[in-house]
Each structure stands twice: as structure tokens, then as C-alpha cells.
Design a protein around this ligand. Structure first.
Ligand code: PLP
Length: 205
């Protein structure tokens, strides 16, 4: 565990989501002891095995609609909402348990065909629908930038996100989360407006 880096990240004026996929519950506990309070998991099965109600959890990976019912009472934030179908299912399941579920919309800013997220041109449509959902509260946007050495390209993607986030803040209440930046690009993300970073690998090196 990279204690020095973890302390550094906790001292930054952004929220750290410690990504604990492929790591054990014991490692999650060790991070908690160091002061980490929010954990990110990308797979439902693995999340359920590690889940601890005393910690705050974000789902950050692609979420199948048929899995929403297993996590809805356990997560503070679903960061990876990328379709109307998923948002509608969250609305349905949250309503059942009388919860208002915080979400982020994950946007696809990268041209990498393997990357997930909602295409930018579909954002307005989804926003309109989500606005009508009483058990879904949109808190902001999330993205995964291109995996490249080309810093300018990454900066451009983060700037695009920041500008969309800024527009959203002008038009809606409760928008306070711009989640971008991972182990290799979080310093760039912070410089370009991220207020939440999702760091995994680097914490454990
Ligand atoms: C794995 C993952 C991260 C963390 O990536 P690292 O490179 O390990 O820091 C962040 N966001 C998402 C969506 C992930 O799946």
C-alpha cells in the first residue's frame, strides 16, 4: 500500500474514490484506517462480497439493468449511468425502497471504441428524461479519458467535460460532482476541473 500517496490524495481539495476492484476486504479496511471513506467498485458480484454498510460505496463500472436491484440499498452513488434504460430501472428500484438515488451520467468523450459511456449527442435527451424521475437525483458527470500518452488529447477531453458540467450547473440544482481522473491522469483531471477522482492501481503500488 502506498501510504504516502494515499495521504497526499486525501490532502487534496477533491473527493477521493478509492477503487478497490480486484482487492480484498482486508485491503479496503486498511484504506479506511488510513482515512479513506469512499470506495469504488465496478462489478456487482465483487462489490456484494466486499460490501460493508459502514463505508460509502460508488458503483463506477458498466451496470446491467438486471443487477440494479441488488445494489440499490447499498450505494451512495451510481457514477456510470449511460442509458435511459438504466436510469429508468434505477428510478423503479429506488422508488420501491423509498430512496432517492444519487447518480452521475457517464459520458463517452474518448473516441476509443472500447470505452463505455453515453455519446455526447445523447446527453440532452437523457437529461430531459432524468429530470422527470422522482427517485433519481443527478449530481453531475463522469468520464474515462482516452488511455494515451498524448496529454493534449486527454486535456481536451477533460475540458469538454468541464464545460458540459459547467453548463449543467447553470441549469440545474444539486450539480456538484465532476468525476474524472484515474491513476495515470488524475493530476491532469484536477487541473482541468475534476472535483472527484477515482484512483485504484496507484494506491496499492
Ligand atoms: C478501474 C477503474 C478506475 C481506476 O483506475 P486505475 O487506473 O486503477 O486508477 C477508475 N474508474 C473506473 C471506471 C475504473 O473501472
Amino acid at each position: 500500500m502506498n501510504t504516502q500517496l494515499i495521504e497526499h490524495l486525501l490532502s487534496l481539495p477533491v473527493q477521493l474514490v478509492a477503487v478497490t476492484k480486484k482487492h480484498t476486504k482486508e485491503e479496503v479496511d486498511a484504506l479506511y484506517t488510513l482515512g479513506v471513506r469512499t470506495f469504488g467498485e465496478n462489478r456487482v458480484q465483487e462489490f456484494l462480497e466486499k460490501y460493508d454498510p459502514n463505508y460509502s460505496w460508488h458503483i463506477i463500472g458498466h451496470l446491467q439493468t438486471n443487477k440494479v436491484k441488488y445494489i440499490i440499498d447499498k450505494v451512495d452513488m451510481i457514477e456510470s449511468v449511460d442509458s435511459l434504460k438504466l436510469a429508468s430501472e434505477i428510478e423503479k428500484q429506488a422508488k420501491k425502497i423509498g430512496k432517492v438515488q444519487d447518480i452521475l451520467i457517464e459520458l463517452k468523450v474518448s473516441d476509443d471504441p472500447n470505452k463505455t459511456g453515453l455519446p455526447l449527442e445523447d446527453l440532452d435527451d437523457l437529461l430531459e428524461k432524468v429530470d422527470q424521475m422522482e427517485h433519481v437525483r443527478l449530481r453531475g458527470l463522469m468520464c474515462i479519458a482516452s488511455n494515451t500518452e498524448d496529454t493534449q488529447k486527454i486535456e481536451h477531453e477533460f475540458d469538454t467535460m468541464h464545460s458540459l458540467y459547467h453548463d449543467l450547473q447553470q441549469k440545474r440544482d444539486h450539480i456538484d460532482t465532476l468525476s474524472m481522473g484515474m491513476s495515470h491522469d488524475y493530476p491532469i483531471a484536477i487541473k482541468h476541473g475534476a472535483n472527484t477522482i477515482r484512483v485504484g492501481t496507484a494506491l496499492f503500488e
